[in-house]
Design a binder for this molecule. Structure first.
Ligand SMILES: [Zn+2]
Length: 332
C-alpha cells in the first residue's frame, strides 16, 4: 500500500510536469504554424494528463464535489518527489519527436505522408498512430473511448453554421479597429507590420481561401495550392493605399466568399481537397483555417489599436507581447 502510494505520487509529479511541458510546446508550435508537430505535442500532453489524473485518483484525492470543495479550500498540498525525465519517455514518443526534428532541420512542418492521425486512450493514456484498433492494446478500452488528434480537426471544430457566422463578422470588426485612427497611426509599423498591411494581408488570404473552397466544391479531391499563399512579407504595398480602399477591398472579397459558401449542403462542406501538410481535408477544415488565421491577426490588431490610443507620443517604441504575434511562418 505504501509502495503503491509512493508510485502514485511519483507518477502524479512526473505526469503533471510532462503535461505542462508538452502543452506549452504545443501552443508554441501552433504559433510557429507547425500544425502536425503541434499535434504530436498535444497528443503527448493528453497522455500525461490521463496518467496524472489516474494517479491523482489513486492517491484518494477525489471524493464528492462537496468533499473536493473542502479539500480545495484547505489548500491541497501533495508531496512532491523526484521524477527523472518527464518527456520523450516512450518509444512511440521518441519516434514521433525524431520525425519532427528531421522536418524542422529542413525548416518545415511534417507533411501529411510523414505522420498519421494520433489517438490517446482516455483510460490508460496509450498513444496510437494511424487507423485505430478496435480496442486499446494495453487496457482493452473500445475505440470510441480514444481521444482523437487528427489533421482534419487540427484547425478547430466549428461546423458550417458557425464558420459562416464568424467570417461574416470580420468586416465590421476591421472597421471598428481602424475607426478614428490617423493615417500616420494606420501606416505605423509595430513589430514589422502596420494595421494597413495586416488588413491587406487578410484580404489576400481571403482570396486564397475562396480559391481553395471553389476548387474543393467544383473538382474531385483537388490538390490545394499551398506552396506560396500571400505572406505578410508581400503586404508592404498596402501602406501607400487609402485605408477606406483596403477595408472595402476586404469586404468585397469577403462578400464573394460568403456567396460561395452560403446555403451549401452538409455534404458539400464535407467535400475534400488534398493539402501537402494536412492530407485530405474537408472544406470545414479550411473554414476553421481562415478563422484561426484571422483571429490571430484580429487580436494582434486590437492590441495595436489599444497601444496606439494609449501612448501616441511614443509611437516609435511600441512592442507587442510576443504571444500576440501569431505567425512566424505563413506558408500553409
Ligand atoms: Zn488503454
Amino acid at each position: 500500500m505504501m509502495i503503491d502510494q509512493e508510485e502514485n505520487r511519483r507518477t502524479l509529479c512526473s505526469m503533471s510536469l510532462g503535461y505542462t511541458a508538452y502543452h506549452v510546446w504545443a501552443i508554441q508550435a501552433r504559433r510557429e504554424r507547425r500544425y502536425n508537430i503541434a499535434r504530436i505535442f498535444e497528443a503527448s500532453s493528453c497522455v500525461k494528463r490521463v496518467r496524472a489524473e489516474r494517479a491523482f485518483q489513486g492517491l484518494g484525492e477525489v471524493g464528492s464535489t462537496g468533499e473536493n470543495t473542502s479539500r480545495a479550500l484547505d489548500g491541497l498540498e501533495p508531496h512532491t518527489v523526484a521524477t527523472g525525465p518527464v518527456t520523450g519517455t516512450s518509444s512511440i514518443s521518441r519516434d514521433l519527436l525524431s520525425r519532427a526534428t528531421r522536418a524542422l532541420a529542413e525548416g518545415r512542418d511534417l507533411n501529411a505522408d510523414e505522420i498519421g492521425d494520433l489517438y490517446v486512450c482516455s483510460i490508460c493514456g496509450e498513444l496510437l498512430e494511424g487507423d485505430p484498433p478496435d480496442v486499446c492494446f494495453t487496457c482493452g478500452t473500445v475505440r470510441e473511448g480514444f481521444l482523437p488528434f487528427r489533421a482534419a480537426e487540427s484547425m478547430g471544430n466549428l461546423g458550417p453554421y458557425s464558420i459562416v457566422r464568424k467570417i461574416e463578422q470580420t468586416p465590421a470588426t476591421l472597421r471598428a479597429i481602424v475607426e478614428g485612427l490617423s493615417d500616420e497611426q494606420l501606416t505605423h509599423r509595430v513589430d514589422k507590420h502596420s494595421l494597413k498591411e495586416l488588413i491587406g494581408h487578410l484580404a489576400d488570404m481571403d482570396v486564397v481561401f475562396r480559391e481553395r473552397a471553389w476548387l474543393i466544391l467544383e473538382t474531385d479531391n483537388p490538390r490545394l495550392p499551398s506552396a506560396h499563399p500571400p505572406t505578410l512579407a508581400r503586404a508592404a504595398g498596402y501602406n501607400t493605399q487609402k485605408i477606406a480602399d483596403i477595408v472595402d477591398a476586404f469586404q468585397t472579397s469577403r462578400q464573394q466568399t460568403l456567396s460561395l459558401l452560403r446555403g451549401l449542403t452538409p455534404a458539400a462542406w464535407h467535400r475534400t481537397g488534398y493539402h501537402v501538410i494536412f492530407g485530405s481535408i474537408p472544406l470545414t477544415h479550411q473554414g476553421n483555417w481562415v478563422i484561426n488565421h484571422e483571429l490571430g491577426h484580429l487580436i494582434q490588431m486590437a492590441q495595436i489599436r489599444h497601444d496606439l490610443l494609449q501612448k501616441h507620443e511614443g509611437l516609435g517604441q511600441m512592442k507587442l507581447p510576443s504571444n500576440l504575434i501569431p505567425e512566424i511562418f505563413e506558408g500553409e
